[in-house]
Structure formats: C-alpha cells, structure tokens
Design a protein around this ligand. Structure first.
Ligand code: HDE
Length: 751
C-alpha cells in the first residue's frame, strides 16, 4: 500500500508536512481575508462528471464544475453579480425592510429549504470514493465485466449506523451499513450490505415493525441511537427470528473500532450467471485488510461524549493521510439446486449463515478507498443506493427480504430526494451511457433530444434499440417456479429454526468475547423498565446457551430459566471470532507522551519508527506548539483522551503544564500536590488505556509513572525499554493482536 505519510489529522497537516523528509515545506496559508479575487481552485475529480445536459450524450466533464461554483464574484442564483449580501434593503438605514428585496428573499428562501428528510434508517453515515479492481477469479461463476481481471471500476462507499438520526454519535451499539456503488461500464451495481451477515427478519413485510421497535419511543423520543430500551427488547424477545442478529449486535461487532476495520456482508444469497448462462448461488463478503477490530464498551461510551464523529473522522483522516483502507471482495458459492440449500442451511433465509469452514470465501477483487468526498451533502447525503441496481452476471434470488428491498429503495428516494430524477444527481449518475425513455418529473436536469421517448417508434429512427445477453443486456435468469405453488402468506418450515445459528455464533467466540456479550445483554436489559421483557429475553437466551442465560440473569438479579428443550447440536465456526489472529499495524494510532523535558531523541525515534510502519504517531504534550528540536505537538493533555489511540508510550515524565492548560485544577483534583508530580491527565491516559487492554509502554525512567497509573512492568502488554527503537518494535508486535486480551477479566465461568 502506498502511503503519502501525511498527517493523520487534517488540522495538523501543515505542521507535520513541514518536517517530513524529502517533502518541500508548503506555503504558509493565507489566513487574512483576501481583498482581490484569486483564481478559483480547479474542480476536484468528484466535482466533474458525465454531462448534465443530456445523459444520453458524451461525458463532458466540465459542466458540473460550472454549475456547482465558479467565478470570483458573488452572484444570485441566476448569475447576476451582487454588490452587498450583508444588509437587507430598507427604507432608510433605521427603517423597515422592504418586501421588494428579492435578494433577501432568495437567500432566506433557499436556506429555509436546505434540509431534506433524513434516511428513515441509516441516517448517520460517512462515505468515500475509491476504486475496485477485479482479480478475474470470478469468471468461472459470473460474467460481470467489473469482476474481470485487472478491470478498474470507480466506487462510492457509504458506511452508516442504522438507528440514530443524522446528528447522532458514531460509536453506539448498532449494526453498521456498508453500501457500495460500483460505477461499472455495464451500468451501476450497488452492493447494499451491512457489517453483520444476518438480519432481524426473514420477510420484508416486517421491516416497519423492527424499525419502529428500535427507534426512540414515540412519546418522549428517547433513547437516541440505542437498542437499550423496552420497545426493542419487547419486539426481539417476542420475535425470535431476530435472535441471531441481536446476538451479533450484543457482541463486539456492534461497536467497531473503525469503519476501516469492519467486515461487510451482502447478507442475501444472490444468483451469479456466467458467460455460458450457468448459474451459481453466492453470498458476498468484504474482508478488511486491517483486520476486524472493535472498541470496548467503555471506550465506545467515552468516545460518544468526547468525539461523537469518531468513525467519520477516522475514515476521513486515514484517507487524507494516504493510509487508504482496503477490503477484499469475496464470494461463498453454492450449487444452484432447486432446494436452494447448502449443507442443510436454507439459502433464502437471511437470518442464517453458511460457516466459512464449509464454503470458503473466495477473493474476487480489491476495494481501495482513496478520496474523501468534496461535499458532504451533495455526495454522502444524496447518494441513493438500491439492491435492484444490478449488472449482467449478478441476479437476485427469491429471498423474501430481498424482494421487499427491491421496491423500497427507489420509493424512499422519491420522498428523500424530492422526485423521480435522483439518478441525475452527480453522485448517482451511472458512468455507463443512459438512454432510458423516462421523462420529465421534479428536478429534471436533462434536456432530452428527440421526439419519441417510446418504443416502437419510427420518428427517432427506432432508437433506442434493445440489447440481448449477447450485447451485454441484463437478462433476468429464467428461474423455474415450483409447480402447483399456491398463493399463501407463509414461510417454509426451515425458517422456524431460530436457535441453532445464534448458538453456533456464541460457541464460536472466545471466552473474553463471550464476557462482552454477557455484559452487553446485561447492560441493555437493565435499561428496560418491564420485568416481563427481561424474563422473556432470558427464556430466549436459555435456548442459545444456558451459561449465557445464567450470567445475564445473575447480572439482572433474576432467576435463570431452563432451556425449553434439547440444545441445538452445532459445531463452532472459528472464523466468526475476532480474536487470535495477527493483523497489520497499518494506520493504527500511537500516542507518544512527552513534554519539553522529555527524551526528545526517543520521541523522534518513536515517531519515525511508527511512520516507517505506516502507523500514525501523534505527540501528546502539556500544551500545543512544538517540543524542543522542532517536533510538533498534535494533542495536548487537555484535548485528548486515551480512546484516540491504539497504544500509548511515555517518552518523558510530564509534570503539570502551566495554568493556561488547566493543570492547576488537574493537580488540585489529584489531591496531593506534593506527592507525585506527574500531570494527573497523563495518569488518566495511561490507566484508561490499560483498562481497555491497550499496549502501554515507556522509555527508561518512566516506570514509576506507569506504575502509578496501575501499569506495572510485570503486567501483560506493558513494555519498558531504554532503547526507543526496541520499545517501538515490542509495542508494534503486541498491537498486531489489536489488544492485550490477557488483561481482560479471565472469563472465569464462561465456557
Ligand atoms: Fe435497507 N433501507 N432495508 N437494509 N439499507 C435503506 O434506503 C429496507 C436491509 C441498508 O448508505 C433505506 O436509501 C427494507 C438489509 C443500508 O444510503 C430504505 C429492508 C440490509 C442502507 C431501506 C431493508 C440493508 C439501507 C433508507 C427489509 C443489509 C443505507 C434510506 C426488507 C443487506 C444505504 C435508503 C445508504 C437503507 C429499506 C433491510 C442495508 C428505507 C424495506 C437486510 C446499508 O429504503
């Protein structure tokens, strides 16, 4: 992966860039208000696009930039230049504002309409541009052109939480959306997935129910972006097909460390079609190169307060720093038999998975996110995904959940984006030529040529013509419908198994991961008011695992019910655990604590070693500015918390800073001004990181401070070394496991 090694945080960019070897110092930014017009910046790549005037024509590129913003002078919406935008037109400077002030009215009216309805689900999101490169390995199962060897396809990916409003916090316990728009040469393909491979419901008709249950209570509109409330648990305890998804939510998967460190899943089974028309059933998986990592629950809670934009910032900063996140797209494939099952798993049931040990995930391409959006609203907010955006080679199955999605997404965009022409919004425009005969409607921006938007016609020369499979047309797979099928509102009997798959998931977790599941259930249920809901959930858990049930019951102070019958006999799937593998340290954040009296050589060595390892070093000091030797400070004791870092090392023993940074208060709070002279905020950084099982360490002379923070040299994951390079190497080696798992409670009692 090529890294430009720019600062991780855009605020620090100038400061860090100036000291990177071989990089010319950028010009000082002009912060004064300019008095003369300057050349406008050239449009960014995502501000240009296919021509606006005719979607049937050639891509002209420039039109969008002209439309968006151009010229140095302020104009009204019609391009007329304006002399004043700060004062309303008045009858005398102290007189009444005149109704004829059309400029005032245009400005305020436009502002009044700046908001559009947020998404009914997945309202809070962050997105990035990137590229997908096919490996060609999928050719045996799919003829999709973009999966071909070496084919590069532009993509736009939006990550999201499900329940919260647009302004809610990022690190809530929830499912994450992982939606990818591939702008392929054969039309746009959207893979609208989640970070959890199963869903709450088996039939789309129940979607309003599950979402009404998860959203805030309708009377007080609380709690925001949470499942820890009565209506959610009321629904999922009564509706046991939700158990599998709920269990994943209660696991560490519900609180990812970063969007960059999440898996993604298409969930439904799709039908792939190869060049010879042969079909294969398949499930899509995204595998992050950085590994699958999560926050601890306490970290997630702290972050929601100190940096509610944590995931959004993390994604944008990493991309800006050149640490481009990557995922491999993979497929699990299954023979397309009339039963549509694999090893007894019903492939049409979206609450079930096929363990990777039974059907390996075969890599078919690489996704790299390499550019941040230029404008949040235009792109991240207005992007419109739809599982029905398919290309030749990828078709749908009869999964009843997918069937409902196939009309819901277009429908919702019509309300959200104000009409049926949302495909003309730049981020939604296909990169393949469009010739659709759809005309008019709200916000029509195309000026269509021709007089015959109908077929057959002779007036427009018979255009547009149709394309069969031989001309890369999308031809639905002719799937047989069971003979004699009756029209019924029923599900197959296999859909009634609601316990074996959640049980497999739970049994596949390591003891420490199970501890987290137990803690999550206990926390969430303790937030419910109704005992009946807690008791009903315990009965559901008893059928998943009696140990899980007993521990949650103990935490709630309730008796643990017996299982309702024999437990499902399932083998664990080790691939479902997040613990136990070594991952790259690329893009991980190293906090280096120092002050002016610290070991400056060590700070420099640690920084350089971290940059060499493609990590992101951030120097934390009592105050901003620079340490001796020109080393820039990125964080201060006052503005950071341990949750920003994956590992923290001490390169000095920082004494309280001056009063401007609140050190006097901090010292007083410590209650012992004559005792240890280390700034208490440093002790908190260390003890918090230690509690969250992060690697902590220090150079020579810092052992006493680490000890005072509870990080003893003998404890796992505490590294002391007088040689800064050795110290870094040990820290990085430990970080490959993400956390020092031994430091969590032993998991006693969790089998
Ligand atoms: Fe969605 N879902 N969904 N969903 N979904 C939406 O579409 C819906 C489901 C998913 O970043 C909405 O544009 C129904 C499963 C993602 O813009 C809406 C059902 C999966 C996103 C909608 C489901 C998803 C959405 C709201 C049950 C994982 C965010 C705004 C049949 C495979 C996309 C919008 C983005 C968004 C409907 C179930 C993923 C209302 C009816 C299962 C990632 O149309």
């Amino acid at each position: 992966m090529a890294h430009s090694r720019r600062a991780h945080d855009s605020r620090d960019r100038t400061a860090q860039e100036t000291e990177l070897p071989g990089r010319p110092a950028p010009e000082a930014p002009h912060l004064e208000e300019p008095v003369e017009p300057r050349e406008p910046l050239p449009p960014k790549p995502d501000q240009t696009g296919p021509g606006t005037y005719s979607p049937t024509g050639e891509a002209t590129g420039a039109d969008q930039a002209v439309l968006a913003q151009s010229g140095a002078r302020l104009t009204n919406t019609q391009g007329a230049r304006l002399p004043d935008s700060d004062h309303s037109l008045k009858a005398g400077e102290r007189g009444p504002v005149l109704l004829q002030d059309h400029h005032l009215r245009e400005k305020i009216t436009h502002f009044d309409h700046e908001r559009i309805p947020e998404r009914v689900v997945h309202a809070r999101g962050a997105a990035a541009h990137g590229v997908f490169r096919g490996y060609g390995t999928a050719a045996t199962v799919s003829k999709a052109h973009f999966l071909g060897e070496g084919v590069e396809t532009p993509v736009f990916v939006r990550f999201s939480t499900v329940l919260g409003s647009r302004g809610s916090a990022d690190t809530v316990r929830d499912t994450r959306g992982f939606a990818t728009k591939f702008y392929t040469a054969e039309g746009t393909f959207d893979l609208v997935g989640n970070n959890i491979p199963v869903f709450f419901i088996q039939d789309a008709i129940k979607f309003p129910d599950v979402i009404h249950a998860g959203k805030p209570h309708p009377d007080r509109e609380i709690p925001q972006a949470q499942s820890a409330h009565d209506t959610f648990w009321d629904f999922v305890s009564l509706h046991t097909e939700a158990t599998h998804h709920t269990l994943w939510n209660m696991s560490d998967r519900g609180i990812p460390r970063s969007f960059r460190m999440m898996e993604g899943f298409g969930i439904h089974t799709f039908r792939l079609v190869d060049a010879g028309g042969r079909t294969t059933l398949a499930k899509f998986h995204w595998k992050p190169k950085l590994g699958v990592h999560s926050l601890t629950w306490e970290e997630a809670q702290i972050i929601n307060g100190v940096d509610p934009d944590f995931h959004r910032r993390d994604l944008a900063d990493a991309i800006e720093a050149g640490a481009f996140p990557e995922w491999e797209l993979g497929v699990q494939t299954f023979p397309d038999t009339p039963e549509q099952t694999f090893e007894g798993v019903d492939l049409l049931d979206p609450t079930k998975i096929v363990p990777e040990e039974w059907a390996p995930v075969q890599p078919v391409g690489l996704l790299t996110l390499n550019a941040n959006p230029s404008n949040y609203f235009a792109e991240t907010e207005q992007v419109a995904f739809h599982p029905g955006h398919l290309v030749p080679g990828i078709d749908v199955t009869d999964d009843p959940l997918l069937a409902g999605r196939l009309f819901s997404y277009i429908d919702t965009q019509i309300t959200r984006l104000g009409g049926p022409n949302f495909a003309q919004i730049p981020v939604n425009r296909p990169h393949a030529p469009v010739n659709d005969m759809l005309r008019d409607g709200m916000h029509q921006t195309a000026v269509h040529a021709g007089v015959a938007p109908y077929r057959p016609n002779s007036l427009d020369g018979g255009c547009p013509f149709l394309a069969g499979a031989d001309e890369r047309g999308f031809v639905e797979t002719p799937v047989a419908i069971p003979q004699g099928a009756r029209k019924v509102r029923e599900a197959p009997a296999s859909f009634d198994d609601h316990t074996s798959h959640p049980r497999r998931f739970y049994l596949s977790l390591t003891p420490v991961e199970r501890e987290h599941v137990i803690a999550a259930y206990t926390f969430e249920l303790s937030k419910c008011y109704e005992n009946a809901i807690k008791e009903r959930t315990l009965r559901v858990l008893a059928d998943i695992d009696p140990g899980l049930c007993a521990q949650v019951a103990a935490g709630l102070g309730l008796p643990a019910p017996e299982p309702s019958g024999p437990l499902a006999d399932v083998e664990p799937s080790p691939a479902l655990s997040q613990v136990g593998r070594a991952w790259p340290v690329t893009g991980r954040v190293l906090g280096i604590v120092a002050d002016g009296d610290g070991d400056i050589d060590a700070v420099r060595t640690l920084r350089e070693a971290a940059l060499d390892a493609d990590m992101v070093p951030l120097v934390i000091a009592p105050k901003g500015g620079r340490l001796a030797d020109g080393i820039d400070v990125q964080r201060t004791f006052a503005n950071t918390r341990s949750v920003e870092f994956d590992a923290i090392v001490l390169a000095g023993v920082p004494a309280p800073g001056d009063d401007a940074y609140g050190a006097r208060d901090a010292k007083a709070a410590h209650g012992d001004p004559d005792g240890l002279t280390t700034d208490p905020r440093v002790l908190r950084l260390l003890s918090e990181a230690y509690r969250h099982a992060k690697v902590v360490g220090g150079v020579k002379g810092t052992g006493e401070v680490l000890g005072a923070a509870g990080c003893h040299e003998q404890s796992p994951g505490v590294v002391l070394d007088s040689d800064a390079r050795n110290l870094f190497d040990q820290v990085a080696a430990l970080l490959r496991q993400h956390r020092v798992w031994d430091r969590f409670p032993s998991g006693d009692g969790v089998e």
